[in-house]
Write a protein that binds this ligand. Structure first.
Ligand SMILES: C[S@@+](CC[C@H](N)C(=O)[O-])C[C@H]1O[C@@H](n2cnc3c(N)ncnc32)[C@H](O)[C@@H]1O
Length: 247
């Protein structure tokens, strides 16, 4: 039920396993304890809210503006200690021990970062923690996603790590930055495989028009992966990362 990068470093070999490993990693970084409250901003289909409520005894609020996602998330979480709210992040209220923002920041344009992080700060109880997972771009790198942002998705904005850190650090002490770019790439490969394997099912579910629009982006997704592979090795900050280089 996730559509964000999984975590493969601990031995996961499938998309689903990597998602569970990612959720376990998030729970451990947040040091979740029973009775805590957590808000998941941009909760998608409710995978994280359900997992945290069922496995760690926390009470979770999930937020999404999407009608269909909110409905699916409510169904998915109906037997768990989870409330799903269909709303924009600006409307969020309350105080929480923990906050997760998993690959949702790309829907917040850069000019809104200050307002966004101020809002997140206002939702956090004293001593609380925030975990943000974000697809950051390297400055000066071949900007395949810039093309997508401009011509395909329109409202999505992938910022650089320094954009995020410089805005977030006005509101929070940043205690840990973890590069999971290898995991993002691995997730993406699994995603493309899953789409190709389930082509018939997806066409039936989404209808030919939606499928066609979606499929037209696939070559670009592959180009992105190949571009990653063929990154020049000099200057050194463009060197292709390996897991060994990260840990
Ligand atoms: C890429 S999905 C990630 C979903 C989920 N966090 C996951 O890991 O599967 C981005 C999420 O951000 C949500 N989102 C987009 N715009 C939003 C907004 N203005 N306020 C709150 N959530 C938003 C979308 O509805 C979607 O659930």
């Amino acid at each position: 039920m996730q559509h964000s990068s999984g975590y493969f470093a601990t031995g996961a070999s499938t998309f689903a396993e990597a998602q569970v490993e990612k959720l376990k990693l998030i729970a451990s970084k947040l040091q979740l304890r029973p009775g805590m409250t957590l808000i998941d901003v941009g909760c998608g289909f409710g995978g994280l809210p359900k997992f945290m409520a069922d496995n760690y005894g926390v009470s979770v609020t999930g937020v999404t503006p999407s009608d269909s996602m909110a409905k699916t998330a409510r169904n998915h979480c109906c037997r768990s200690q989870v409330t799903i709210l269909q709303q924009d992040w600006r409307k969020m209220e309350g105080k929480f021990d923990r906050i997760t923002v998993i690959e949702m920041l790309d829907h917040v344009r850069k000019q809104n970062y200050d307002e966004f992080f101020r809002k997140i700060q206002s939702l956090l109880k004293p001593g609380g923690r925030v975990l943000l997972q974000h697809y950051a771009m390297d400055p000066g790198h071949f900007h395949f996603t810039e093309f997508l942002c401009k011509y395909q998705y329109g409202l999505i904005y992938f910022s650089t790590l320094s954009d995020v850190v410089s805005h977030a650090s006005n509101y929070f002490h940043i205690s840990n930055v973890h590069d999971i770019s290898c995991d993002a790439e691995e997730t993406y490969k699994h995603f493309i495989d899953m789409v190709e394997t389930n082509r018939d099912k997806m066409t039936t579910l989404a209808g030919p028009k939606v499928w066609k629009a979606f499929e037209s982006r696939m070559p670009w997704r592959k180009v992105a992966l190949n571009a990653e592979r063929s990154r020049p090795t000099k200057p050194s900050w463009f060197a292709r990362m390996t897991r060994e280089g990260l840990h």
